[in-house]
Design a protein around this ligand. Structure first.
Ligand code: ADP
Length: 246
C-alpha cells in the first residue's frame, strides 16, 4: 500500500494550550480513514496543521512523499490536498454554478475576471459535478436558497472542482437530515471508489464513521489515544472513557 499522507510527531501549541502533542498517523492511497475525539481534543488543529493554515511547532507532514509542513494552503491545494469546513463556506447570494467556478484556487485572476471568463473545461466539470451531487436542476439558483443539507452537497461538489487527490472532511453530515445523510454518504463512497479520492473524515456521528471508515484514529486532550478498525475502536475502554469523561 502506498502512503499518501504521513504525519510524524506533529505538535502545535496556542499559548499555554497544547492542541496537538506528538501526533503520528498516516493515510494510505485510496483509504477512507476516520478521525474522532471529544470536542477540544485537537482534530481541527490537526487538519489546519496538515493543510498549511498555521505553522506547526515541531514534527513533519508529508504528502505523496513530499514535505509540506512549511508550505501554505494554496501550494498544498495545488498538490491535491484540501480540507472542507464544518460550517459551509458558500456565497448565498451567488448561484450554485458561480460558487463552483470561484472555488478553484489555482485560478488567481479574482472572482469577477473568473466569472466573465468561464473556462469551458470548468463549466463542463461543474455540470458533471452538479449532476453527481443531485443538484443539476438547481444549479442556477442562489446557493442561499438551498437547504442546509443541499448546501453541504454543494460544498462537497466545490471541493471536487479542484480535482483533489485527497480531502480532509470536517463533519460532513453535521446538521443534515437522515435522508440527505444517506445521499451524502453515497457520494462520499462514490468519490472514493469512482474518482479514487482518498478521504480523512472527522465525524461525530458514530454510525456514519463506523460504516464508511476501515481505520479510525481517536484523539483526546491533544494526543493520539487509539487507532484501529471500527470494532476495535468502538470497544476500546480508553475511547469509551474519553467520550464519557468529556
Ligand atoms: P476539536 O476540533 O477536536 O474540537 P480543536 O483543535 O478545535 O479541537 O481545539 C483543541 C484545543 O486547542 C482546544 O483547547 C482549543 O480551545 C484550542 N485552540 C484551537 N484553536 C485555537 C486558537 N486559534 N487559539 C487558541 N486556542 C485554540
Amino acid at each position: 500500500m502506498t502512503t499518501m499522507l504521513n504525519v510524524e510527531s506533529v505538535s502545535k501549541r496556542f499559548g499555554g494550550i497544547i492542541a496537538n502533542s506528538d501526533i503520528s498517523m498516516h493515510v494510505n492511497q485510496g483509504e477512507i480513514v476516520g478521525l474522532i475525539g471529544p470536542n477540544g481534543s485537537g482534530k481541527t488543529t490537526l487538519y489546519n496543521s496538515i493543510v498549511g493554515y498555521h505553522p506547526i511547532d515541531s514534527g513533519s507532514v508529508q504528502f505523496e512523499g513530499q514535505e509540506i509542513s512549511k508550505m501554505l494552503v494554496p501550494q498544498i491545494a495545488r498538490l491535491g490536498l484540501l480540507r472542507t469546513f464544518q460550517q459551509t463556506r458558500i456565497y448565498g447570494a451567488m448561484t450554485c454554478v458561480e460558487n463552483m467556478l470561484i472555488s478553484v484556487p489555482h485560478k488567481e485572476e479574482g472572482i469577477f475576471a473568473l466569472l466573465q471568463r468561464h473556462p469551458k473545461a470548468d463549466l463542463e466539470r461543474c455540470d458533471e459535478l452538479m449532476e453527481f451531487v443531485g443538484l443539476y436542476s438547481k444549479r442556477h439558483l442562489m446557493a442561499g436558497s438551498l437547504s442546509f443539507g443541499q448546501q453541504k452537497l454543494l460544498e462537497f461538489a466545490m471541493a471536487l472542482m479542484n480535482e483533489p487527490k485527497m480531502l480532509l472532511l470536517d463533519e460532513p453530515t453535521a446538521g443534515i437530515n437522515p435522508t440527505l445523510i444517506n445521499g451524502l454518504l453515497d457520494r462520499l463512497l462514490r468519490a472514493n471508489q469512482e474518482f479514487g479520492i482518498t478521504l480523512l473524515v472527522i465525524e461525530h456521528n458514530m454510525r456514519v464513521i463506523m460504516n464508511i471508515a476501515k481505520r479510525i484514529y481517536c484523539l483526546a486532550h491533544g494526543q493520539l489515544l487509539a487507532e484501529g478498525g471500527p470494532n476495535e475502536i468502538q470497544n476500546d475502554p480508553r475511547v469509551i472513557d474519553a467520550y464519557l469523561g468529556a
